[in-house]
Design a protein around this ligand. Sequence first.
Ligand code: BGC
Length: 517
Amino acid sequence: MAVGGGIGAGNGKQYEGRVTPFVIVACLVAATGGLIFGYDIGISGGVTSMDEFLQKFFPTVYEKQKNATGHESQYCKFENHMLTLFTSSLYLAALVASFFASATTRKFGRKISMTVGGMIFLVGSVLNGAAMNVAMLIIGRILLGVGIGYANQSVPVYLSEMAPPKLRGALNIGFQMATTIGIFAANLVNYGTAQMKANGWRVSLALAALPALIMTIGALFLPDTPNSLIERGKKDQAKEMLQKIRGTPNVHDEFSDLVDASAVSQQVRHPWRTILEPKYRPQLVITCLIPLFQQLTGINVIMFYAPVLFKTLGFADDASLMSAVVTGLVNVFATAVSIVVVDRFGRRVLFLEGGIQMLACQIGVGVLIASVFGVSGNGTFSKGMGNLALALICVYVAAFAWSWGPLGWLVPSEIHPMEIRSAGQSINVSVNMFFTFVIGQLFLSMLCHMKFGLFFFFGGWVLLMTVFVYFFVPETKNMPIEEMNRVWKAHWFWGSTFQMMLWVLATRAVTMMLDCN
Ligand code: BGC
C-alpha cells in the first residue's frame, strides 16, 4: 500500500528557471518574520523568573515563592495561574488577529500583512519595555500577539509562493530557522539581563523591538509574490516578477498555472465558507491537525519553562539558564539539518523519524523523573542523573527541530489551492496559537497533578501523530504549489471514493441528529 500517496521524489512538474539570488534574498528577508515569534517564545520564561519583575507586577507570586518552606512537592512549587496567564495571553491575541490577517493577506497582499505585523509588534515591545503597571504590560502583550498573528499568517505563505518547487521546503524553513534564532537570542538576553542589578526585565522586553525593526524594514523592501499579484488582478506585474525570481523570460508554464489557479480563486467570494466544502476536506483536516499535533509534542514545555524545569530537576539558578541556552542552540542547529534534507528526503521521512526519536526521549525522561521523584515529588537529582535528563531533552529538541517544528509551518502553507490559501493559513495559525495558549496555561498545573506522567502523556500524543502521518499525510516535496491537487488525487485515502462516501455519511448522520432534536 503506497500510504504516502502515488507522487514521490522528482515526480513534480518541472518549470523553467533557476534559483536566483533575488529569490533567495527575498526569502531570507521575509523569513526574519520568524524572529519576533521566536524572541517572544524565549523571553517570557526567563522574565517571569526574575525577582524584580515579580515584585513589581505579581507581588503575591513573589511572596509565595519567597516564603516557600522547601517542603513542597518538587512538582508543584511553580504553579501559579496569574503568571501563566501573562505568558500565554499573547497567543489568544495572535489567534484573533490571524483571522483579520487572512483578509488583509488576500486583498492587499502578503507584504502588507508582514509590514502591519512588524509595526504592531514594534509598538507592543515599546509599551512592554516602558511598562509602569500591569495594564501597560498586558496591552503591550496583546499588541505583540497581534503582530505575531499577522506575521505567522503571511510569512510562511509568502515563502511557499516565492520559492521554486524544488527548493520550497528549504526556503520555507527559513521562517522556522529565524524562530529558533529568536528563541536562542532571547535565552542569551535573559541570561545577561538576569545578572543586572536593576531593570533587567525591562531590557529583555524592550529588546523585542530589534527583531521587529528588522522585520518591518525588511518587509517594506520586499516584492509581493506573483501569485498574490495575479490574485489582485495585476497580471503584467506578476509576469515580470515571476521572470525576475525565476531568472528566465520563459515562465509560460508556471505563469499559466498561476493564472488558472487565480481564475478559480476569483470565483470564490467567501473563502471561509468554501474551505468547508467536501472537496477541500483533506486540506481542512490536515491544516487543523498539524498545528494541534505540533503543540501536543510538548515542545513548549521546554521552550517556555526550561528554566523552571531545570530548577525542578535540581540545577542551580545559573545552571538552569545555561541549560536553556544549550537547548536553544540544539534547536537552531537541528533546524539547519531539516533545511538540508527536506527537499531531498521529503516531509514524511522527517515527520516519522522525528516522531520516533521524540517518543523514545519522552519515555526516557519520564522513567528518569519517576525513579527520582516518584509520586510524592520529594527527592533530588544527582549530577549524573541531571546531566542524563539534559541530554535526553536535547535529543528530543533536536528531533522536534528537524520534524514537527519546521513542518508544522511548511506543510499547511503549501497544501491549499489559492482560493482558500489565506483562510487555510489562518486556521493553521489560530489552532497553533490556541493550543500554545492551552499548554502555556496548563503546563505547570499538569506537572503538579500528572507528575512524571506528563511526559508519558505527551509521548502518547507523539505516537498517535506519527501513525496519523504514516497513513494520512501525503508527500508534497517538489510538487508545484498550484498543482498540489494531484497529490490528493493520488493518495490511497484522500483520493478514494470510500473517503468521499465517509464524509457524505457523516454529514447525513449529523443532519439527521440535528433534525431529530
Ligand atoms: C512552534 C513553537 C515552538 C517553536 C520551537 C515552532 O514551530 O510553533 O510553538 O515554540 O517551534 O522552536
